[in-house]
Design a protein around this ligand. Structure first.
Ligand code: SF4
Length: 889
């Protein structure tokens, strides 16, 4: 390909914010992805998701032009309709009758203008974002302790730490490149202690010196206990406490009341007392301690208190702001931090200013030159969809997110959007559970077309650069927003022609009335306020603040002991532990925990396009402890119904002692586009933290029972089929095939007739050749359709006997011609003698299966994951599967 260019951009998935080097062929609409070796977030590493980005840029499934009530429309018509409808609703019901619900997928420039429109010119606080579900407890905890939403440290601290604590974070799967970096740090320095605090034994425990499987929700007791222990052991930094903090006596008293003895903490957290003592002792003995935390801390009805309980321990020991130490919130989304910078949460205003003080409101009002500025927070995410349901909010504009799946009590969210007068969705994907509910669809540019900036977990601003020309009529989000703003009468304030103009204004606002030497506000990138288009185009990753005092950025804050509170001191927050709001009871006796998988992202709108990312965990599944499995009569690989007071789902049973007894785990990703009954959001209770308003997604009382369909089966087909008549179905895209896992409650009398007369299954090709086996007596049916000696479709249905594994059958779709022995073996579902069965895929990068790895370990005596890597290549690219290879070893 001679039209290749190399573009440096940023991964659109998690908050690690890895730099990508993309070799682009515009002509073929193809891109080769590799890690950017110069990017300080990843130094060339990428995880399985980032590595597979090249497979996600196809145009199939994209929303390519505006749609109004289901029909295609021009941009002019769609923009006029949206602006006109918002104007009419505001005129009739006031500005609080409209809302924007944004996303950590938006670029900072998009976010900035959306927020400016809603809060500055429409005059409502009703701009919130899916980051509310992700890290708003961290924002609230930072603000309480530091007076500002500041992440004090940076990734370089991983290599300098003596001890790293992963709290409520399966870093190995959710922030894989950070995990790899921590792993490398431990390899280089085996004395580096790694502690994992998590109710589940996750892949992150692979490198842990100590795993504390605490009871869900007991984090505040644990860290209060630590603070009390540090006090008892004279392990506090009294000089630091005296000079740089306030409120210590109250926090220590609260800690001593809630966690008076190690024995009581161990009992309440349900952990081994020796392990607990070890953790406390290690914390006391190591100066350079990092506490990395994520959704297990944030997604809780006491999430803010959990954050502050952790921060309390760091400021009590002065372990903040210096190399190798500090509390560190790992953000979930690529631009969750950028959203925070511009004020994407409904209580924020802009540039780390918020509605809590009038001076901020007046300042932003002056800067934006508006008299219409909102003066109070709007609805936070859960409140917002309740307000839509109740008819208080009559028009909502959803940008780049899928609340019909991801919100708690998601069935009510669907009802709310069905009841809403006017729903606008801007997205790059045509068919999502949320776009199905929209009155107007606006085609936004996708990752490979967007141009702007994002900020990662360590405050590093990076450029996301366009690789391709926009697909169809897709437009940048900032363009769509400014076009509507202009039509609403705000031409002058939204007269931007480029993303860089918006960035300059955003940077200027950050420095507006903000002294650079001893700023009022932490977020200050005023040194970039006059950046030229050329310099913006070539902007290298840089950590804020970027101002007169720190023109090259600043790796760490608070090294000077100065905080952004009124007194300049860090605040201790006294923590009184509270149990989760909804506790298990006799009707719903189990606790449901939810989370991310290694190879999927959010609601799968992009990752499910990449065949290799669907092999690791192809179906929604339920992790259950062996004792619970026995009690509820759940067998491995069968289906189970999980029910809460809010909804239900069906998932494939995985029995594992990595789960605690009494707790279940389901992944968060499946939608109605990929599974009939896999939406975990339908079950999750809508309880929120009273301070941060973040939902309690990790703790919902549920019950579980075996799902007993009359028949089960699967179809593998070269073509996409419509199988939605089955009560249970899951669609999985593979390499040149689609896989459908099926189960039904009514057995057709005649599978032969059903299949052969079904145009959705039967190919139109000339000379189709069928192999078929039917046993009507017991409802078993097998059929294979062969066209031009290639496998076109294969079907296995069973009412009573086990189904064959899928790995060998799926491997046949990439074969140009079937061998005779393969044709003969098709309906057995088993590879012919001498052909190995790979088993489920462990290494997505090199497509290496579990059985292949097991055989190599057995036959070649492999002892380490490095030896497996040398033998099979498995685990040698992104490294995300190394913990699983180690488990097999
Ligand atoms: S760790 Fe993976 S998903 Fe996260 S930014 Fe890096 S490559 Fe992307």
């Amino acid at each position: 390909m001679n039209d290749q260019t190399t573009v440096q951009t940023t991964c659109p998935y998690c908050g690690v914010g890895c730099g990508i080097s993309a070799q682009v062929s515009e002509q073929n609409h193809q891109v080769n992805i590799s890690g950017d070796k110069t990017h300080p977030a990843n130094f060339g590493r990428l995880c399985s998701k980032g590595s597979a980005l090249g497979e996600t840029v196809e145009l199939k499934g994209r929303l390519l032009q505006p749609r109004i009530y289901g029909r295609n429309a021009s941009w002019t018509e769609a923009l006029d309709l949206v602006a006109g409808s918002f104007i009419n609703i505001i005129a009739k019901y006031g500005p609080d009758a409209v809302a924007i619900y944004g996303s950590g997928q938006l670029l900072t420039e998009d976010y900035y203008v959306a927020n400016k429109l809603m809060k500055g010119f429409i005059g409502s606080g009703n701009m919130d974002t899916n980051s509310r579900l992700c890290m708003s407890s961290s924002v609230a905890g930072h603000k309480r302790a530091f007076g500002s939403d500041t992440v004090p440290g940076c990734y370089d601290d991983y290599e300098q730490a003596e001890m790293i604590i992963l709290i409520g974070s399966n870093t190995a799967w959710c922030h894989p490149v950070s995990f790899q970096r921590i792993q490398a740090a431990k390899d280089a320095n085996p004395a580096l202690k790694i502690i994992v605090i998590d109710p589940r034994r996750t892949a992150s425990c692979d490198i842990a010196d100590l795993h504390l499987p605490i009871a869900i929700g007991s984090d505040t007791i644990l860290f209060n206990g630590l603070l009390h222990f540090l006090g008892q052991q004279n392990a506090l930094n009294q000089a630091y406490i005296d000079a740089h903090t306030e409120g210590f006596p109250q926090a220590l008293k609260a800690a001593s009341i809630s966690s008076p003895t190690i024995e009581q903490v161990a009992a309440q957290c349900k952990v081994n007392i020796e392990d607990l003592q070890c953790f406390y002792r290690w914390f006391a003995d190591h100066e350079k301690v990092m506490s990395l935390y994520s959704q297990g801390v944030n997604q809780s009805s006491s999430g803010t208190d959990k954050v502050n309980a952790i921060i309390n321990c760091h400021i009590a020991t002065g372990r903040i702001g210096h190399p190798g130490m500090g509390p560190f919130s790992l953000t979930g989304q690529p631009n969750a931090m950028g959203g925070r910078e511009v004020g994407g949460l409904c209580h924020q205003l802009a540039a780390h200013m918020d509605f809590s003080n009038n001076a901020d409101i007046e300042r932003v009002s002056r800067f934006w030159n508006t008299h219409a500025i909102a003066r109070k927070p709007g609805f936070a995410a859960v409140e917002l969809f309740d307000a839509i349901y109740d008819g208080k909010v009559k028009a909502v504009w959803i940008m780049g997110t899928n609340p019909a799946v991801s919100m708690p009590n998601a069935n009510k969210v669907i009802q709310a959007l069905q009841l809403c007068d006017f729903v606008v969705v801007s997205d790059c994907i045509a068919n999502t559970d949320t776009t199905a509910l929209a009155h107007v669809l606006l085609p936004a540019q996708g990752w490979s077309e967007k141009d702007g900036t994002v900020t990662n977990s360590e405050r590093r601003i990076s450029r996301q650069r366009a690789l391709f020309s926009p697909a169809g009529r897709a437009k940048p989000d900032w363009w769509i927003i400014t076009q509507i703003a202009r039509r609403m009468g705000f031409e002058q304030a939204f007269d931007y022609q480029t993303a860089s103009e918006i960035f300059r204004e955003h940077a200027a606002l950050s420095g507006f009335e903000n002294n650079a030497e001893q700023g009022l506000r932490d977020f200050d990138i005023s040194a970039l306020a006059n950046i030229s288009q050329h310099d913006y185009d070539h902007l290298q990753p840089i950590q804020w603040p970027v101002n007169q005092a720190y023109p090259q950025g600043r790796a760490r804050l608070f090294d000077d002991g100065q905080f952004f509170t009124a007194s300049g001191k860090a605040r201790f927050i006294p923590i009184e532990p509270r149990p989760p709001v909804n506790l298990p009871d006799k009707d719903y006796p189990l606790i449901l925990n939810t989370g991310r998988l290694r190879d999927q992202w959010h609601t799968m709108t992009r990752t499910a396009i990449a065949a290799k990312l669907n092999q690791h965990k192809p179906e929604p599944f339920l992790e259950v402890h062996p004792v619970d499995a026995q009690q509820y009569a759940l067998l491995p690989s069968t289906l189970a119904v999980i029910e809460s007071r809010w909804g239900s789902m069906i998932a494939r049973v995985q029995i594992t002692d990595s789960q605690q007894q009494g707790c279940l785990f389901v992944p968060m990703h499946w939608t109605e586009q990929y599974a009939s009954q896999g939406r975990m959001g339908a079950l999750v209770n809508p309880v929120v933290d009273p301070v941060s308003k973040q939902p309690e997604s990790k703790h919902t009382p549920v019950r579980v029972r075996a799902y007993q369909p009359v028949w089960q089966g699967f179809i593998l087909s070269r073509r996409e089929l419509n199988v939605t008549k089955a009560e249970y179905w899951v669609k999985i895209k593979g390499e040149q095939f689609y896989r459908y896992e099926l189960a039904g409650e009514t057995l057709p009398e005649d599978w032969h007739g059903y299949v052969r007369k079904n145009p959705a299954i039967t190919a139109d090709e000339i000379n189709p050749q069928w192999q078929e086996y039917q046993d009507s007596g017991n409802g078993n049916y097998r059929a294979a359709l062969i066209v031009d000696n290639q496998l076109e479709t294969i079907i296995f249905i069973s009412a009573d006997s086990p189904l064959p594994e899928r790995a060998w059958l799926t491997s046949l779709f990439v074969k140009p011609q079937l061998e005779t022995r393969e044709r003969m073996a098709l309906l057995t579902g088993m590879p012919p003698l001498g052909v190995p069965d790979t088993g489920i895929i462990v290494c997505a990068c090199f497509n290496v299966g579990e059985k292949t790895i097991q055989a190599a370990i057995r036959e070649k005596g492999l002892k380490t994951h490095q030896e497996v890597g040398r033998c099979l290549k498995a685990g040698t690219n992104c490294g995300s599967c190394v913990p699983e290879i180690k488990a097999l070893l």
